[in-house]
Write a protein that binds this ligand. Structure first.
Ligand code: SAH
Length: 204
């Protein structure tokens, strides 16, 4: 698995990921622990994989690209929305000072919380609608959303940023959309992406 992880890092480098902190974080986090046992052989493929509950663990490239775009260091407090398997939160925790992550599906949240307690004990996992559930922990230097926001960045999230803070969020009409970075009132389109939808509220 260590060899597979090193190959993944080399592949990410060739795909344009150059931030050494992010690459060494990917090199340290055992992605095989975050995928279903059925998919373990594919844990280091550059692809999203099913994690149950109709959700997916994002591809390593999208995790690395989102965290690179966030551009936060060891003194930063970061909110992740869409804990899913917990993999991106674990990579993030290797790069920044503090991570709060929110998952709306209680089953996924409980599983991720148990795994992260073992692998990244400083990560705080909340259950709820990530757009509002972590407001009590705001402001954040960075916010990364790992589910597709419908047509716009939720304004409630911009309110949870520190002045000059950065938000990275996929925005689209359905599962296809654009990864967008927001900072100081300006947005930049980063890449075309595919994500599961950001679902508001905690029911259903
Ligand atoms: N970052 C994850 C990938 C998550 S997939 C990983 O590394 O594995 C997106 C996740 O967002 C799903 O688990 C989905 O349940 C969750 N989600 C969707 N809408 C949400 C919301 N409003 N608040 C919190 N989580 C949400």
């Amino acid at each position: 698995m260590t060899d597979a992880r090193e190959e993944l890092v080399a592949r990410l480098r060739s795909q344009g990921i150059t931030d050494e902190r992010v690459l060494s974080a990917v090199a340290r986090v055992p992605r095989e622990r975050f995928v279903d046992p059925d998919h373990e052989a594919r844990a280091y493929d550059d692809t999203a994989l099913a994690i149950g509950r109709g959700q997916t663990i994002s591809s390593p490239w999208i995790v690395a690209a989102s965290i690179t775009a966030l551009g936060q260091g060891r003194d930063a407090r970061v909110l992740e929305i869409g804990t899913g398997s917990g993999y991106a939160a674990a990579v993030l925790a290797e790069c920044v000072g503090e991570v709060v992550t929110v998952e709306r599906d209680a089953v996924l949240a409980d599983d991720a919380r148990a795994l992260l307690r073992d692998l990244s004990p400083d990560v705080r996992v909340l259950t709820g609608d990530g757009v509002t559930a972590a407001a009590g922990f705001a402001p954040f230097d960075g916010i990364v959303v790992t589910a597709m926001a419908y047509r716009q960045i939720p304004p409630e999230l911009i309110e949870q940023l520190t002045p000059g803070g950065t938000l990275v969020c996929p925005v689209g009409d359905d599962r296809q959309g654009t990864l967008i970075r927001y900072r100081d009132g300006e947005t930049t389109d980063l890449a075309p992406v595919s994500f599961v939808p950001l679902v508001r509220g905690t029911e259903g």
